[in-house]
Design a protein around this ligand. Structure first.
Ligand SMILES: Cc1ncc(COP(=O)(O)O)c(C=O)c1O
Length: 385
């Protein structure tokens, strides 16, 4: 048997990783500005995190959700404290798509309604409900094509109002910052309209913070820049720093009952030990502050480049050029040993490094990027301090 061949693979075999670096099987070191799709939040191989996982694994890695689990209670408490959502409840799963699936289901349970409003170009995952609110028909199998989603453009308040006026909408779902489409942030005015119109129509407001959350933008959640309070918030990726956990933060107005939701692997002892360690390190190493500081520096410097549009916040950055970034990305990887990410927009380079990225590492990237731009005849040489 061999792996089902659905991923186009780069020709690199990483075998070791520490902090913001990854090493391949030939001993070459790479700067990781992608964190394996925004997953590595506190850095690769962080010692406190590794210790917490190995200790929990050797004590008790798993028992089902039918017994008391103090590690899950501690994880939820810490998440409430750091995120500012202390009065919300946490339902844990194993991935982003499952988090979205359960958030939509909860919104439908709560409202008794079937329709969902979602934003064009967004991505929410590949399970059925998550695909239904993802604006990319190429990802859907025939069985996925029947769904109850109304797509509206980002910032289209009239469209939102019209769609909600039917009064059969269970939820509006929006990414805190659109990630895969190329790093597009909704305006504060749009987020506030969603909040207000959801309240008026009785729909639930779901913020998908799977990519933009967990400190990546400098605040715990990206939607907190807009000063809004969603009813449901989905999380995954940076939550486990590589350990596969996800979840939904649930407003206290949604009452649980036994059997309402369930999962075998969500919220295991081992997963929660990993998740708790991530939160502890995020706090003790002041990684949100670092994400904001290093991110601001990077964004300011990148904005000095000519003919480039820079979008994002903190360490969630989209750099849009006036031509495809394929060649630039290849040179960054092969000659400068820097991992970067792509977006569905072929001209946009997506930067999602561990939140521990230092200023020196950011400078190395900036200098390397300029060398690449010079090489491909897109920039005169300039120096970065
Ligand atoms: C905003 C957003 N939501 C949901 C998902 C789906 O997460 P997963 O791949 O863990 O199912 C992703 C993954 O990239 C994402 O970026």
């Amino acid at each position: 048997m061999k792996p089902f061949n659905v991923y186009p693979l780069q020709s690199i075999t990483p075998v070791k990783a520490l902090g913001c670096y990854v090493w391949d099987d030939n001993g070459n070191r790479y700067l990781d500005l992608y964190g394996g799709h925004a997953v590595i939040s506190i850095g690769h191989g962080q010692p406190e995190y590794c210790q917490a996982i190995s200790q929990q694994a050797s004590t008790m890695g798993f028992y089902s959700n039918s017994v008391q689990n103090p590690v899950q209670v501690a994880m939820a408490k810490k998440l409430g404290e750091l995120s500012g959502y202390e009065d919300y409840n946490l339902f844990m799963v194993n991935s982003g798509a499952e988090a979205v699936e359960n958030a939509i289901k909860l919104a439908s349970f709560q409202t008794g309604r079937q329709k969902i409003i979602s934003i064009t170009k967004g991505f929410h995952g590949r399970t059925s409900l998550a695909l239904g609110v993802t604006d990319n028909p190429k990802l859907s199998a025939p069985v996925n094509t029947v769904h109850n989603t109304i797509f509206i453009e980002m910032e289209d308040v009239d469209g939102l109002e019209k769609a909600l006026a039917t009064n059969d909408v269970a939820a509006v779902i929006i990414e805190g910052i659109q990630g895969i489409s190329g790093i597009y942030e909704p305006t504060t005015a749009f987020m506030k309209s969603i909040e207000k119109l959801c309240k008026t129509s009785g729909a639930m407001f779901i913020a998908d913070e799977i990519q933009s959350g967990y400190g990546r933008t400098g605040k715990f959640f990206a939607h907190q820049y807009a000063g809004v309070t969603p009813d449901l918030i989905t999380i995954a990726k940076g939550m486990g720093n590589g350990f596969p956990i996800g979840g939904a933060l649930i407003s206290p107005k949604i009452e649980p009952y036994f059997g309402m939701l369930g999962t075998t692997f969500g919220g295991t002892h081992l997963g929660c030990a990993a998740g708790l360690a991530v939160l502890n390190v995020l706090e003790s190493e002041k990684l949100m502050e670092n994400a904001m500081r290093t991110g601001d520096f990077l964004i300011d410097e990148l904005k000095k480049l000519k003919n480039v549009e820079v979008r994002g916040r903190g360490l969630m950055i989209g750099i849009e050029f006036q031509y495809p970034i394929k060649e630039m990305r290849k040179i960054l990887l092969e000659e400068h040993h820097i991992f970067t990410g792509v977006a569905s927009n072929p001209n946009t380079l997506r930067i999602l490094p561990p939140l521990s990225l230092s200023k020196e590492q950011a400078v190395y990237f900036l200098k390397s990027l300029i060398k690449v731009l010079v090489k491909i005849n897109q920039h005169e040489a300039v120096s970065i301090n």
